[in-house]
Write a protein that binds this ligand. Structure first.
Ligand code: NAD
Ligand code: DAU
Length: 355
């Protein structure tokens, strides 16, 4: 199988490439990635060096929204495309939505067009549960739930999902969409809740919990996500959407307290800070379709896998430090150092526009 993976230098993409090369002796992977702040070739450095994987893995730097770069990579023939490339952090999309629209919407369309012309046999879009918006208590969204994105990030991902649907209908393009819940595991950029809290706790820095900390997320270990993507790639029905989640629903406070306990740090490190504007209260997915049709079920419990995750970050202090240098420090200062001003600016902006 010759596979084009976009965004493979990020968190889930790098875990997926690692998983696929281990599972498929015949898989050849081209990783096409722009290497934004979130892309890190160190995540795959061993694969590019080891004799068993070296000949089956190739990296090409490029932007999915750049038609020339995308056309150039498609000079190679691929059996399938898995599109992970995206701007992914909700908080950053509140500061500036433009890169989200460029990569997540225009980038998806640019890739779709090139893949269609190249007659690729299968295109897997990596989507998110955030497109459904907040789930009321007791409700787990199935694939037919309406799309109600709350953040510019979620709206850009919903737009990408709709583009996929339009290509399936108009061109009978062989694409399918997967919508997963919150992932955790190795190589996650430390702007996201779990690695951020681990990194701060390791340095005895405050742990910034938004609002009352009672927002619920549906946590899945990245390996369980990768296994679902692999199944869908081989056996998923074209034109369909599959939800991936329903594994471990936790409030943010429960997650943060678990991390502090595993790290042997005091709860006094927790700081309640101004809430994220437009913060979805609860995510919960119904993955019955994936379980029934593709025989998927998670292999990891939250309790076991979060402990391994903490151990991984403890053992990879240099990797964490690498991510947190340079531009990350400016982002952190802007976002957390001046949090009240940031939130007030976002709210004042929306009030001005309401008038
Ligand atoms: P990430 O931010 O860790 O990685 C994104 C990768 O995409 C980086 O390597 C980056 O360099 C690359 N990229 C960004 N813009 C690009 C462009 N224009 N062209 C080429 N490459 C570009 O993200 P992640 O958490 O690994 O998420 C991967 C995908 O999974 C995304 O589509 C995201 O929406 C989706 N998703 C993530 C989660 C989660 O919990 N992290 C859950 C559900 C769905
Ligand atoms: O649900 C899937 C989505 O999960 C993906 O599509 C996104 O790409 C991914 O970033 C993630 O989005 P979230 O916004 O849910 O993840 P994040 O780690 O940013 O936040 C998780 C929860 O923790 C959320 O309720 C906000 C809260 N939070 C987050 C940060 C960064 C805090 O309380 N404090 C923080 O500092």
């Amino acid at each position: 199988m010759r596979l084009l993976v976009t965004g493979g230098a990020g968190f889930i993409g790098s875990n997926f490439i690692r998983y696929l090369l281990a599972e498929h002796a015949d898989a050849q992977v081209t990783n096409f990635d722009k290497l934004t702040y979130a892309g890190n070739l160190e995540n795959l450095a061993d694969l590019a060096e080891q004799p068993e994987t070296k000949a089956r893995y190739r990296f090409v730097r490029g932007d999915v929204a750049d038609p020339d770069a995308v056309a150039a990579v498609f000079r190679e023939r691929f059996d399938a495309v898995v599109n992970f490339a995206a701007e992914t952090h909700v908080d950053r999309s509140l500061e500036d939505a433009a890169p989200f629209l460029r990569t997540n919407v225009l980038g998806t369309q640019t890739l779709l067009e090139a893949a269609r012309r190249a007659r690729v046999a299968r295109f897997v879009q990596i989507g998110t549960d955030e497109v459904y918006g907040s789930a009321p208590d007791g409700v787990a969204f199935a694939e037919d739930a309406p799309l109600r994105p709350s953040s510019p990030y979620a709206a850009s991902k919903a737009a990408a999902d709709l583009l996929i649907e339009s290509y399936v209908r108009t061109y009978r393009f062989p694409a399918l969409t997967l919508r997963c819940s919150n992932n955790y595991g190795p190589y996650q950029f430390p702007e996201k809740l779990i690695p951020l809290m681990i990194a701060n706790a390791l340095e005895n820095k405050p742990l910034p919990v938004y609002g009352d900390g009672l927002n619920v997320r549906d946590w899945i270990h990245v390996e369980d996500h990768c296994r679902a993507i692999h199944r869908a790639l081989l056996k998923g029905r074209v034109g369909e959407v599959y939800n991936i989640g329903g594994v471990a629903l936790k409030t943010n406070l429960e997650v943060v307290r678990t991390l502090l306990k595993l790290l042997g740090k005091p709860e006094s490190l927790i700081r309640f800070v101004e809430d994220r504007p437009g913060h979805d209260r609860r995510y919960a997915l119904d993955s019955t379709k994936l379980r029934k049709e593709l025989g998927w079920s998670p292999c990891h419990t939250f309790e076991e896998a979060i402990e391994r995750t903490v151990t991984w970050y403890r053992a990879h202090a240099a990797w964490l430090e690498g991510c947190r240098s340079g531009a990350y420090r400016d982002y952190y200062e802007r976002h957390y150092g001046q949090r009240e001003e940031f939130v007030a600016r976002a709210r004042a902006g929306s009030r001005r526009e309401d008038k």
